[in-house]
Design a protein around this ligand. Structure first.
Ligand code: UDP
Ligand code: MN
Length: 589
């Protein structure tokens, strides 16, 4: 009996050890297969055996097939047109929307859009386990059918189990359908969509915050109220967040043309940036980004309106600064915070969403005074450290603006131990200062450009021969300098007619090519010029040809460089030798 008891005890102990051991092994296996940050999203499923890295094809082929078979006005994102009978309604609705809302009413709210994703997106698989989503759409006086089309495209092109809700945040719209008719319509037709009516006009930033506060999904996706989601838009936005909750992901923003509702690409991607007046700008993709056209790439700042972020990270960052008024600067605030406070931002090429870029803003802003300037100052003061001065140099009146109380924002930065702005510029937006130097370099050279073979002839932009073609003419220096003979070789490495934004441009690749005037683009290419002080050459382009002239015909052109040619030598009136010697370190390379 005693012995039996002993055996039983031994057996129990052994079993217990085995159980504990098995659980332990399982746990270890599970956590090694399971990136740290996923845990938040998968707690609910911890009883099941989950293979966390399993990837699946998320395409809804049924829906894709149905879309392909559709016919009608504006289907497949084809340009559409009104008939002449529609003129009155066209005018009336264009005025209050800044786009062709009358045409929108003739296009189905569930219209098809062309699948213009890179072909590598078609067979990309994404994690089987993805977080749930709340889509937040602020709107002020949005047109009925564009608003419904936004919500409809989200519903039709999102996996139902991932889409928890769509929150339409009505920023105190005054159009009659915005309140009860909208609520009734949603109740009857779109149960996943709810409208949140704000009691007073709050502006885009506070409207987004109001929506985010009541959202219940793991991930918040913000959209404008006149957008259309494209095929399989959701998984590419969610996967990077599932892998790391501190990643914010933006879709590619396509263009829905405001007049015809044509759906087309804006471009094939670029990294978001800004100049020192805080205009949104774009930087080229990096060579490694170009190698993987379907993979998300890092972007320094978001365009602003369309992005996905985990609710957890959004609120860890304090959402948007509530002191920001109406709109303006919020995309910089959030982008800087994300990067400086330990997060990352990506653009996902396989997620595309169309957006109507209005012709003009149809409604006035309720903000008082220069509220955008005040917003910018809040962002600059809290996040930009010594770089704030570059903004103030260009907009000196910002120095006098009272940004209001910044204590909460500065505390947040302190608490989250966010990195300095210098780190952000040097590590994430490292090519920004080359394209948009905080302090603009001077010019490489200025003044007349005089030919050595025919010393009384100067380059002349007075276009006498044909429109826009640059030639040579008698130097007019003695009779008072004419603007047509006064040029600058700027730090953009282009030659500008002094005081104008017209640049010397050569588009003809032939051996003898005209020089024409073209609006400056600052992107080198056809407008790239270099001055060789030793040889007195003006070299054009990466595959250099030399500026040359035919004095008999007053003709100017570029042609193969020739050391023995005297007509290829030019005296540039005043050059900055120090800057020329530092050529490779100035401007974009
Ligand atoms: N919006 C808002 N309140 C405002 C201004 C704008 O809710 O005071 C909404 C607007 O309806 C849209 C989004 O914010 O959904 C962005 O505004 P808009 O489309 O006018 O900006 P844009 O895209 O032209 O820069
Ligand atoms: Mn918009």
């Amino acid at each position: 009996m005693k012995r039996n008891l002993k055996t039983l005890l031994k057996f129990c102990l052994l079993s217990a050890i085995t159980v504990v051991f098995t659980v332990l092994i399982f746990r270890i296996f599970e956590s090694s297969n399971h990136p740290q940050n996923l845990q938040g999203f998968h707690k609910k499923r911890s009883n099941n055996v989950v293979v966390y890295n399993e990837k699946i094809d998320w395409h809804d082929y049924e829906a894709i097939k149905k879309d392909l078979s559709r016919t009608g006005v504006g289907e497949h994102g084809k340009p559409a047109y009104l008939t002449s009978d529609d003129h009155d309604i066209y005018d009336q609705l264009f005025k209050v929307n800044g786009f062709n809302a009358a045409l929108s009413d003739k296009i189905a709210v569930d219209r098809s859009v062309p699948d213009i994703r890179h072909k590598a997106c078609h067979n990309k698989k994404y994690l089987k386990d993805l977080p749930t989503v709340s889509v937040i759409v602020p709107f002020h006086n949005e047109h009925w059918t564009t608003l419904l089309r936004t919500a409809t495209s989200v519903i039709n092109r999102s996996p139902p189990h991932l889409l928890k809700e769509i929150i339409l945040v009505d920023d105190c719209s005054t159009k009659e359908f915005s309140r009860k008719p909208l609520d009734d319509y949603l109740k009857a037709n779109m149960t996943k969509v709810k409208a949140l009516h704000l009691p007073e006009r709050s502006g885009l930033i506070r409207a987004r915050l109001a929506g985010a506060r009541i959202a219940t999904g793991d991930v918040l996706i913000f959209l404008d109220s006149h957008t259309e989601c494209n095929v399989n838009w959701l998984p590419p936005l969610l996967e990077p967040i599932a892998q790391d909750y501190k990643v914010c992901v933006c879709p590619f923003i396509d263009v829905i043309q405001y007049e015809t509702f044509e759906y087309r690409a804006q471009d094939e991607g670029a990294r978001g940036a800004f100049d020192w007046e805080f205009y949104y700008k774009r930087l080229p993709l990096l060579p490694e980004d170009l190698k993987h056209p379907a993979e998300p790439f890092k972007s320094p700042v978001m365009a602003g309106g369309l992005f996905a972020i985990s609710s957890r990270f959004f609120w860890e960052l304090g959402g948007y600064d509530e002191g920001l008024d109406i709109w303006g600067g919020e995309q910089y605030e959030l982008s800087f915070k994300i990067w400086q406070c330990g997060g990352q931002m990506y653009d996902a090429p396989c997620s595309r969403v169309g957006h109507i870029y209005r012709k003009y803003a149809p409604f006035p802003n309720p903000g008082k005074g220069d509220f955008v300037g005040r917003n910018y100052k809040r962002v600059a003061e809290v996040w930009m450290d010594e770089y704030a001065q570059y903004l103030y140099m260009r907009r000196p009146h910002y120095r006098a603006i009272d940004p209001g109380d910044l204590t909460k924002q500065k505390e947040l930065r302190q608490r989250l131990q966010c990195k300095p702005f210098k780190w952000f510029i040097e590590t994430i937006a490292f090519d920004l200062p080359l394209k948009y130097p905080p302090i603009e370099p001077g010019d490489f050279g200025v003044g007349e450009i005089r030919n050595l073979a025919a010393p009384d002839l100067c380059v002349d932009s007075g276009f006498r021969e044909r429109d826009q073609v640059v030639g040579v003419a008698r130097c007019s220096r003695s009779s008072g300098k004419r603007a047509e003979q006064n040029f600058t070789l700027t730090w953009h490495k282009d030659i500008r007619v002094k005081g104008k934004t017209l640049c010397f441009d050569v588009s003809d690749p032939n051996d003898k090519a005209d020089v024409t005037l073209y609006p400056c683009h600052g992107q080198k290419g056809n407008q790239y010029w270099k001055y060789d002080v030793e040889k007195q050459w003006f070299l054009h382009g990466g595959n250099p040809r030399c500026l040359d002239c035919d004095p008999g015909r007053n003709a100017l052109y570029v042609t193969t460089c020739d050391d023995s040619s005297k007509t290829q030598k030019w005296r540039f009136e005043s050059v900055n030798l120090t800057m020329l010697a530092d050529w490779d370190n100035i401007g974009i390379q």
